[in-house]
Write a protein that binds this ligand. Structure first.
Ligand SMILES: Nc1ncnc2c1ncn2[C@@H]1O[C@H](COP(=O)(O)OP(=O)(O)OP(=O)(O)O)[C@@H](O)[C@H]1O
Ligand SMILES: [Mg+2]
Length: 393
């Protein structure tokens, strides 16, 4: 029997679905939108598709999922319109799976008829998203959840911005009606923490006031599940569960890196519990080399700023532009720098997803894992570098 490829988190999905669809008086803010962020490759998309969508559907919602990275040649707006049109067509045609779900319960077997032309949605002269979602909620008489993965992709272009404003207008058109049979819920996710969080918190953003929260990475239960699955294989070398969990943490809670480490372990002669931590640390360092190379390509000032954030509080560093900080950068790079230069560089580091803005004036390293590797590197390099003496031999 093939191994089950995914570890499911039914409870996490059910909790999130409950909050979205049946918010308590304290949670109603979710109706303004929810933004979920987390570092790269930790299973966000898998969770959305394998766990959250089924959980939302089990509670009766109609879910539309769009990945803005699905096709880089298409604009965010056309990807969203395409997904909306696909859903509408499925509801309009008899015999589709989606229609089957709503058939009898809310709509007739022949399919839903819409008061606008489905093919024209998103095209000049076509119905607006506000019209579309209002009618959709009225026809299926339930909540509609629009999930936009890699939502930060809609930022930075006029077309993307217009899309976000149109979605916000649709949200308000549906949700502000006193007797609406359902709500339009917007869930945006992405790996660019700063940008995704900004979308919910910056006043200039259409979704200002929405909920911004972190995706929960896979935990010890995932490692136990993986361990139990692998134990079924004959002749496999496996670390103990606690060692495997520590290794998983060391590779930034990334399933693929854990898998790589386990594969590498098979060709190591040492006892698994001894070899595994070393393999994980090595893999971790290799993975963050990419980010560190990006940082170094931005130059010495970027490295000095990054270093200050790394040395600071893990939950965020605030004194990035203080007089003391500016002096220290100048000293480290051997050249005078001013505040605008530092601000400009910090903005470039945010754009490169190396650091992110936690809140006003507070910055943190985007990938906690790169932070750790940078620290290890500094401890190894310090004696040679800070003395400035080239006489290592
Ligand atoms: N619950 C899970 N069980 C098993 N494997 C998983 C699980 N979640 C994620 N993975 C594996 O981890 C890898 C990354 O997952 P996924 O693409 O969902 O992450 P992501 O955070 O969306 O990444 P990206 O930043 O690239 O969008 C994939 O190879 C996926 O198969
Ligand atoms: Mg993803």
């Amino acid at each position: 029997m093939p191994a089950n490829p995914f570890y499911h988190r039914d409870q996490y999905a059910a909790d999130l679905a409950q909050q979205l669809l049946k918010p308590t008086a304290l949670q109603v803010q979710v109706r303004s939108g929810v933004f979920l962020s987390g570092i790269r490759r930790i299973g966000k998309t898998t969770f959305l598709r394998q766990d959250l969508m089924p959980a939302l559907e089990a509670k009766g919602a109609l879910v539309i999922y769009v990945d803005l990275w699905a096709d880089r040649s298409k604009s965010p707006a056309s990807l969203v319109h395409e997904a909306v049109r696909t859903t509408l067509s499925e509801l309009a045609a008899p015999g589709t799976k989606l229609l089957d779900r709503f058939k009898g319960l809310n709509v007739g077997a022949a399919g839903v008829t819409f008061g606008f032309q489905v093919d024209a949605v998103g095209k000049p002269g076509g119905a607006t998203l506000g019209d579309v979602f209002t009618e959709l909620v009225d026809k299926v008489k339930s909540d509609v959840v629009l999930i936009v993965d890699e939502v930060q992709q809609a930022l930075g272009t006029e077309e993307g911005n217009n899309l976000l404003f149109a979605l916000k207008a649709a949200r308000d058109a549906v949700n502000t009606r006193p007797n609406t049979p359902g709500h339009l819920l917007f869930l945006g996710t992405g790996s660019h923490k700063s940008l995704v969080a900004d979308m919910a918190t910056r006043r200039s953003q259409p979704f200002a006031g929405a909920v911004s929260t972190g995706y929960e990475p896979l935990d010890a239960d995932f490692v136990r599940w993986k361990h139990e699955q692998l134990q079924q294989l004959d002749g496999i070398k496996l670390p103990s569960q606690p060692v495997m969990y520590q290794g998983f943490l060391a590779v930034g809670q990334r399933p693929e890196e854990l898998q790589n480490a386990l594969v590498l372990l098979q060709s190591r002669p040492e006892p698994p519990d001894m070899a595994f931590p070393i393999i994980c640390t090595t893999l971790a360092a290799a993975a963050s080399e990419v980010d560190i190379a990006t940082l170094e390509s931005l130059g010495a000032l970027a490295c000095a700023i990054f270093d200050r954030i790394v040395q600071g509080n893990e939950s965020g560093e605030s004194g990035l532009f203080s007089a003391d900080a500016i002096n220290s950068y100048s000293e480290q790079i051997g050249m005078a720098v001013d505040t605008p230069q530092v601000q400009n560089m910090a903005a470039r580091m945010i754009a490169a997803n190396l650091i992110h803005r936690q809140s006003h004036g507070v910055y943190a390293v985007a990938d906690p894992f790169v932070r750790q590797v940078w620290r290890q590197r500094k401890t190894m390099q310090l004696p040679g570098q800070s003395s400035g003496a080239g006489d290592m031999a």
